[in-house]
Design a protein around this ligand. Structure first.
Ligand code: CA
Length: 305
């Protein structure tokens, strides 16, 4: 069973399996989700059961669904390497205004689809950040900084976000866009594999202190081993929230099994949202169901084997 709101506000149903909550017409309603959530079996969740219909009451996108592409865009703005997005953002967004940077990234992504978190999931992540008010956040898999900007722009004053991005070209763009958004003081972007940078992340979070929120959006098969490394390093403690993207599509079944509420380690909710990367150039591509998982660490559990 899941908790989406601050301690004490949400009902806790023990022994319930993972919950899927539909994202509301307004993401401001997230704190109410436990009442609207639909308890389903983990297997049903993994299979994308009828309880996990994606697309109902989607959050309002930053770029309208009736968006019409400007044919001249491609002549003016190319995208052959990650840094190509920077001139567009600087020309169309306002320095120091994270929302305008996100909108510009969304618009650019309409022309050049990319693996960024996307507006719908970004808004969900932002609501979770506003709800939990994490002092120390961690993100593994930063890409061009889109989700980091969503997170950092909603952190409480003085809070920090430590990111790890494997690809140096992506990390360089993310740093520049975070700086342009006015968030450089709270965000540090480390390069390398998540598994390799755990000790550095731990140093930044602080000795004897767990992270308040961890967001996973890197290689899906890395979620579980990297989470275990972070647990071992003391980055996960009671109340730590672990949010993971793409747990349904492409999917992270071993991770979902590990954080399943029935295991006793975490209380987990799935927040449904469409897969963020429409690969419309693929023959027969159809929008995919997906979800963010939201897990609150509650103890070591018994392994649940
Ligand atoms: Ca993702």
């Amino acid at each position: 069973m899941a908790i989406l709101s601050s301690a004490g506000r949400a009902p806790v149903a023990r022994h319930a399996s993972t919950t899927i909550a539909r994202t509301g017409e307004s993401s401001r309603d997230l704190a109410q989700e436990p009442r609207r959530g639909v308890a389903v079996s983990r297997r049903a969740a993994l299979l994308g059961s009828s309880a996990a219909v994606v697309g109902l009451g989607r959050t309002k996108p930053a770029v309208a669904d009736d968006f019409v592409k400007d044919p001249s865009f491609f002549a003016e703005w190319s995208y052959s390497q990650p840094a190509d997005i920077i001139p567009y953002i600087k020309a169309t967004a306002n320095e120091g205004d994270p929302a305008s940077v996100l909108t510009a990234m969304d618009t650019f992504g309409r022309y050049y689809p990319m693996y960024k978190l996307g507006d719908e999931k970004g808004r969900i992540l932002a609501e979770l950040v506003k709800e939990r008010r994490p002092r120390r956040s961690v993100e593994i898999g930063t890409f061009l900084g889109y989700s980091a900007i969503w997170t950092a722009s909603n952190l409480p004053p003085g809070a920090t976000l430590t990111c790890v991005e494997f690809e140096p070209r992506h990390a360089a763009v993310a740093r520049e866009l975070v700086r342009f958004a006015g968030l450089a003081d709270s965000v540090e972007i480390l390069e390398g594999a998540g598994s390799e940078r755990v000790p550095d992340v731990k140093r930044r979070v602080g000795d004897g202190v767990a992270a308040d929120m961890i967001f996973l959006d890197h290689c899906k098969e890395c979620y579980l081993p990297d989470l275990k490394l972070m647990e071992g390093a003391g980055l996960v403690g009671e109340g730590t929230v672990v949010v993971a993207d793409n747990v349904i599509y492409p999917g992270a079944p071993d991770f979902l099994d590990y954080v399943d509420t029935s295991r006793g380690r975490y209380e987990t909710t799935l927040l449904e949202a469409a897969f963020e990367y429409d690969q419309v150039w693929k023959k027969d591509w159809v929008p995919q169901r997906d979800a963010l998982s939201y897990s609150v660490y509650v103890g070591r559990g018994d392994g649940g084997t």
